[in-house]
Design a protein around this ligand. Structure first.
Ligand code: NAD
Ligand code: MG
Length: 383
């Protein structure tokens, strides 16, 4: 029996992970779960899975869960408790599926404890890629990507890296692939969150609409596969059937295909190097014709260019754009700024931030805080 610790159990990835667990109750035990504020949903999960630990990072939500819990689950509170469950001796695999920079410290704790980390929280790599990858290496942790593109590349590289010339991430283009730039000004949060292929949390849905998600994924790929920006490419593919490709010097290209459903990616991370049933239907290629591919429009999706720029700058620049993006997206979702302001706020934050090479998590967190403050100030000039 494999003990799973699920960081971000109430989220979209958390729920899909539990759906896979439900298909294999003889193989996986839900050892610990976490959520931020939704104690009612956690109460239901505790009743169903009876984990040893349930962490609510929000203290008042933890108190509510404690008051109402009827099973023998220990309720822990506060962000520090995430590190406890992520590094617990009885934890075998950690699903790191907290959204945003809030997920970074617990991913790192799992790495330092030498766990199998099923990494959905791409921010861990964007903010602290060098520190995180070093911890994985030093502590012999196992890192399996839980992002459809990176899982695809990881799967395509199972045959080895000999002759590898570039990797290519596919991007659906989100809901605005064919929307002219002039019409993007008036986009509402609900329109931005209506992704044509994937059902996801609201923050990552907006990131898909701006293509900042792809930008963060380029950085994620840089760290996961140890490749420079010049060997990472992006292609628009609205059907989201090809999840990414690897190009080799002999002219071969390997791609991984499937229906767009994160349960495939999650089950692969849980069963690697084997494969198990994920509950996802087999792909029927005849239902998805034609498969289309386009070159990305860097003028319309300027967030993508900003992410490449931050990767080329290296060091703190990546954390800076991530922080600015989180602030901008939050303000967009709260109707305080317009859709196109997101990229402008990120660009200005990058310009106004000092650039350095963080050497510790404290320096990463300091940079994150400073960049958020700068972004918040810039936001004020838009509201
Ligand atoms: P979500 O918003 O649906 O869920 C987020 C989870 O994190 C929830 O359980 C929530 O309780 C928890 N959380 C939120 N704020 C927190 C905080 N401050 N402290 C502690 N916990 C907090 O998000 P999601 O779509 O499941 O995405 C999770 C991660 O996976 C993100 O990093 C995202 O980029 C990545 N990812 C998601 C998808 C997808 O299809 N949803 C695909 C690839 C990668
Ligand atoms: Mg992805």
């Amino acid at each position: 029996m494999i003990n799973l610790t699920l960081l971000g159990a109430t989220g979209s990835i958390g729920q899909s992970t539990l759906a896979v667990v439900d298909l294999h109750p003889d193989q996986f035990n839900v050892f610990a779960i976490s959520a931020h504020t939704n104690w009612q949903k956690m109460l239901k999960l505790c009743k169903k899975y009876q984990p040893t630990f349930a962490v609510m990072t929000d203290k008042s939500a933890a108190a509510k869960l404690s008051e109402n819990i009827q099973v023998d689950t220990k309720v822990l509170s506060g962000p520090q408790s995430l590190n406890i469950i992520a590094s617990h001796t009885n934890t075998d695999y950690v699903m790191a599926a907290i959204v945003g920079a809030a997920g970074m410290a617990s991913s790192l704790a799992a790495a330092k404890a030498g766990k199998r980390i099923m990494l959905a929280n791409k921010e861990s790599l964007v903010l602290a890629g060098d520190i995180f990858m070093q911890a994985v290496k030093d502590h012999d942790a196992e890192l399996i990507p839980v992002d459809s593109e990176h899982s695809a590349i990881f799967q395509c590289l199972q045959g080895g890296r000999s002759g590898l010339s570039k990797i290519q991430l596919t991007a659906s283009g989100g809901p605005f692939l064919h929307t002219p730039l002039s019409e993007l000004r008036a986009i509402t949060p609900d329109q931005a969150c209506a992704h044509p292929n994937w059902s996801m949390g609201r923050k990552i849905s907006v990131d898909s609409a701006t293509m900042m998600n792809k930008g963060l994924e380029v950085i994620e790929a840089h760290y996961l596969f140890n490749l420079p920006a010049d060997n990472i490419d992006v292609v628009m593919h609205p059907q989201s059937i090809i999840h990414s490709s690897v190009y080799f010097s002999d002219g071969s290209t390997l791609s991984q295909l499937g229906n767009p459903d994160m349960r495939t990616v999650i089950s692969y991370a849980m069963s690697y190097p084997e494969r198990i049933n994920s509950g996802v239907d087999a792909l029927d290629l005849t239902q998805h014709t034609p498969l289309e591919f386009y070159t990305p429009d860097f003028e319309k999706f300027s967030c993508l260019g900003l992410a490449f720029e931050a990767l080329r700058q290296g060091g703190s620049a990546m954390g800076t754009i991530n922080a600015a993006n989180e602030i901008a997206v939050e303000n967009f979702l709260n109707n305080k700024i317009k859709f196109l302001d997101i990229a402008n706020i990120i660009e200005k934050t990058l310009e106004q931030s000092s650039h350095f090479y963080p050497e510790s998590l404290t320096e990463v967190i300091d940079n994150d805080r400073t960049a958020r403050a700068i972004a918040n100030e810039i936001v004020q000039s838009y509201v």
